[in-house]
Design a protein around this ligand. Structure first.
Ligand SMILES: Cc1cc2nc3c(=O)[nH]c(=O)nc-3n(C[C@H](O)[C@H](O)[C@H](O)COP(=O)(O)OP(=O)(O)OC[C@H]3O[C@@H](n4cnc5c(N)ncnc54)[C@H](O)[C@@H]3O)c2cc1C
Length: 287
């Protein structure tokens, strides 16, 4: 897994459970030394090429929603898994719908204790946010603010005052993020990384959008019609990155959800109202 030889996917989101991830309804029912899985996941990146997936399922519908979830590893070649592609507006196929019909998962593939999956899912998402907040503008991949600034310098400087202001702005954001990432590394090394990764991602996603929007504006009128890079640069990364960039503030936790986490867990503000508090998942209102 660490070497990247085996591709894995994350089977968390469902049509009725994205930001409200604890509301997932895909069921895993114990049957001897297996669990039987039925339900649907969506937006599963790389599900069509993944060998294994991490799967969040409901194992106890009669417990409160956070307390009835379990976390499994699933072999994506198991009988009963059907994968349907979703083609994105970039023209690429990364996402999938994944359907489970009586899929048998060995009980030994349960990670941690049954019904304690929520803690593991939260830990997974916190670590994912660290990765998504690396320096490249597209969730850690692709060009950085420094790359765009170098390109503008190389090709004759910023053409006008507004562009200079915007370049300075992405530089400032990039520097704040660079320092913040060092703080996260220090927190991880000392075993104290908590909700800080939400701050990093909440800063990093709009930063990526600012970089790609500025690059698109530097592509001129031609950039509206076809794939060209800023100031005539090679379009690789830039054109696709711009079309992908609205997704930055959605996947891995939307900006609004990240701000809720920051408000509650870092600033100590009151929690969001929970109309379903005290009810079991089976009794909650669902999409
Ligand atoms: C590029 C990309 C890759 C992805 N890959 C995967 C993957 O591999 N595996 C996987 O499981 N999922 C994946 N996802 C799904 C992603 O996790 C969800 O899209 C995300 O959690 C948001 O859920 P949703 O789309 O259901 O939106 P919703 O939760 O329906 O949100 C809709 C809107 O309501 C707002 N909102 C919702 N709740 C609140 C609240 N409490 N307070 C304020 N505002 C709120 C949101 O911010 C958003 O603007 C991916 C998404 C993207 C864009």
């Amino acid at each position: 897994m660490l070497s990247g030889e085996d591709i894995w996917c994350q089977l968390f989101s469902e049509p009725g459970a994205g930001s409200d991830l604890a509301g997932v309804s895909t069921r895993a029912t114990k049957d001897g030394d297996h669990y039987i899985v039925n339900g649907q996941k969506t937006w599963t990146s790389l599900g069509h090429v993944a060998k294994y997936g991490i799967l969040l399922c409901r194992t106890n519908p009669d417990a409160p929603k956070h307390a009835g979830l379990s976390y499994f590893i699933i072999d994506m070649r198991s009988p009963g898994i059907e994968i349907q592609p979703i083609v994105e507006m970039t023209g690429m196929h990364m996402f999938n719908n994944v359907f489970f019909t009586d899929v048998r998962v060995p009980a030994e593939n349960l990670i941690g204790d049954e019904n304690r999956g929520w803690e593991l899912a939260r830990e997974t998402l916190a670590n994912e946010r660290v990765t998504l907040a690396r320096a490249g503008a597209q969730w850690g991949w692709g060009p950085t603010a420094a790359d765009l600034i170098a390109l503008v310098r190389e090709r004759g400087g910023a053409p006008d005052a507004i562009t200079r202001q915007r370049l300075a702005q992405v530089y400032i954001e990039g520097e704040i993020l660079r320092v913040y990432r060092l703080r996260m590394v220090a927190a991880r090394v000392s075993g104290k990384l908590g909700p800080e990764s939400s701050v990093a991602k909440a800063l990093s996603d709009p930063h990526g959008q600012h970089i790609f929007r500025l690059a698109r504006d530097l592509s001129g009128a031609e950039g509206l019609l076809k794939e060209v890079g800023p100031l005539g640069a090679d379009p690789t990364w830039w054109a696709n990155g711009f079309v992908f960039s609205p997704a930055l503030t959605i996947g891995g936790g939307t900006s609004e959800v990240l701000k809720n986490i920051i408000g509650e867990r870092i600033l100590g503000l009151p929690r969001e109202p929970e109309p379903d508090a005290g009810r079991s998942w089976a009794e909650t209102r669902r999409n």
